[in-house]
Ligand binder design. Structure first.
Ligand code: SAH
Length: 449
């Protein structure tokens, strides 16, 4: 039996869906972080279970030609990035393989997967960050969680974030000390500040800071003045109240402490309003490429009446609106629908109807009222589409279906349901929205006669 601390020499035979290396010891599976295909390594077991174990690198014996030094000094400890030890070109190839693998393993499908659309500069791309706040002997600790733990790896900067979030990190450390904001302790469920969220516009010099707290901090007026002084581009300051014992970051209430309720950003020529609770793709540069891919597929198959389900702040709806007669956008978060309506007015887009509802229920209702779309676009959260939603699409005989997915596993599962329901899977285009991590977005085109 393999024990924690045991060391073995292994060869990496494959990568799993989280880009972890898979090695085998007489059929027993080892998962190893930060390795590459075909590498031979000495590894040490860090966790041993009945079916599998996790191991870490002790020594690299045969190194992959695609290995490189990670740019970030905390890369091997922080859980945020997973592929910084390999070249960007190879990251893209790994992602293509992960998508191919998910379709084969979960969907029993083998479509051709296009080469992922990558970034010119795969760093400093994120427009949103949520830092956990904690403490240690030395004082305030802000950074990111170590993989699979709630242990904070402190850092002064993050290479995939906008530079401004580094500044917020250092200013907030001082502000917390100076105004005695009590730090939240998860285990005791005591204290005030839990997380700091920053949203940074890429098109405009605008920033939103959200302090996630169990209650309003005592000296909020002084804290506000300090932040306004430190950040001339601060446009919006919120305290989000999260008083529950939970892992969910944002809590029950957003209190606007100062400034505008939302910040603005642009994707292509379109302007968007973004509130604290609204979903907005984190990689502004790649989002334009992602939505252009949706437009390409849509114009290829055509669509007079289009449903955009899980529409967020209406980004995809507004992108495709010029190519259709009418778009119905359905989204469950009210703030996001309100943001969408405001942006559509600013963008002078009049053929989108924004509906605040559950996608599955509302779509059924529209179809029952004889509003049958030619094309349905979905962009669901990681858990994918509800089976009932796919079944209504199949039974309504919708011709074209465009699936935007941030999770290849649920995409493959749903693709199986659609192909069993009579759709043909025509194209799969991965887009790299999350360089340095294993995450990958896909745009998939389905069609039926
Ligand atoms: N298409 C948008 C948002 C995609 S994220 C964009 O590209 O920016 C997924 C969205 O689905 C989120 O805004 C989330 O609030 C919404 N959502 C989750 N469950 C939903 C449901 N059952 N019905 C409608 N929207 C839902």
């Amino acid at each position: 039996m393999v024990k924690v601390g045991d060391e073995f020499q292994v060869k990496i035979e494959a990568l799993n869906h989280q880009a972890q290396g898979i090695a085998k010891l007489d059929g027993y599976v080892l998962f190893v972080d930060h390795v590459l295909l075909d590498e031979v390594l000495k590894v040490r077991i860090v966790e041993a279970k009945k079916e599998y174990a996790r191991a870490e690198i002790v020594e690299i014996i045969e190194k992959s030609p695609y290995r490189k030094e990670p740019e970030c000094p905390v890369y091997y400890r922080c859980g945020g990035c997973h592929l910084m030890h390999t070249t960007y070109e190879n990251q893209l190839e790994i992602k293509r393989m992960l998508v191919e693998d998910a379709f084969r393993r979960i969907g029993k499908l083998s479509p051709k997967i296009n080469h992922p659309i990558g970034m010119e500069n795969p760093f400093r791309y994120r427009n949103k960050v949520q830092f956990p706040v904690g403490r240690d002997e030395k004082g305030v600790k802000i950074g990111f969680y170590k993989k699979m733990t709630h242990e904070i790896v402190p850092t002064d900067f993050c290479l995939i974030q906008h530079e401004d979030s580094d500044k917020v990190l250092s200013v907030m450390k001082e502000v917390i000390k100076k105004y005695g904001i009590e730090i939240y302790d998860e285990r005791l469920h005591k204290g005030v500040i839990r997380h700091i969220m920053v949203r940074r516009s890429f098109a405009f010099d605008q920033m939103m800071i959200v302090l996630v707290c169990t209650r309003m901090p005592d000296r909020i007026e002084e804290i506000k003045e300090e932040l306004i002084k430190s950040f001339p581009n601060l446009k919006s300051l919120y305290v989000n109240i999260n008083s529950k014992k939970t892992n969910v970051i944002l809590g029950e209430k957003d209190i606007l402490v100062w400034g505008s309720p939302a910040i603005s950003d642009k994707i292509g020529n379109l302007l968007f309003e973004i509130s604290p609770e609204s979903f907005f793709q984190v990689n502004t540069v790649q989002t334009e490429k992602l939505y252009n891919q949706v437009v390409r597929y849509l114009t290829e198959v055509g669509g007079r009446v289009v449903f955009d389900l899980y529409s967020g702040i209406g980004t995809i709806s507004m992108f495709v609106a010029p190519y259709c007669e009418k778009v119905y956008a359905i989204e469950i978060v009210k703030q996001a629908v309100e943001d969408a309506i405001k942006s559509s007015i600013e963008n002078k887009i009049a053929n989108v109807e924004f509906i605040h509802a559950d996608a599955e229920k509302k779509m059924k209702e529209l179809i029952e009222n004889d509003i049958i779309p030619d094309t349905v676009i979905v962009d669901p959260p990681r858990k994918g589409c509800e089976k009932e939603l796919l079944e209504s699409i199949i039974s309504a005989g919708v011709k074209n279906f465009i699936y935007v997915s941030c999770n290849p596993s649920t995409l493959a599962r749903d693709a199986r349901i659609l192909t069993d329901g009579g759709y043909e899977l025509l194209k799969v285009q991965p887009v790299d929205m999350f360089p340095q991590t294993y995450h990958v977005e896909n745009v998939v085109l389905f069609k039926r006669d």
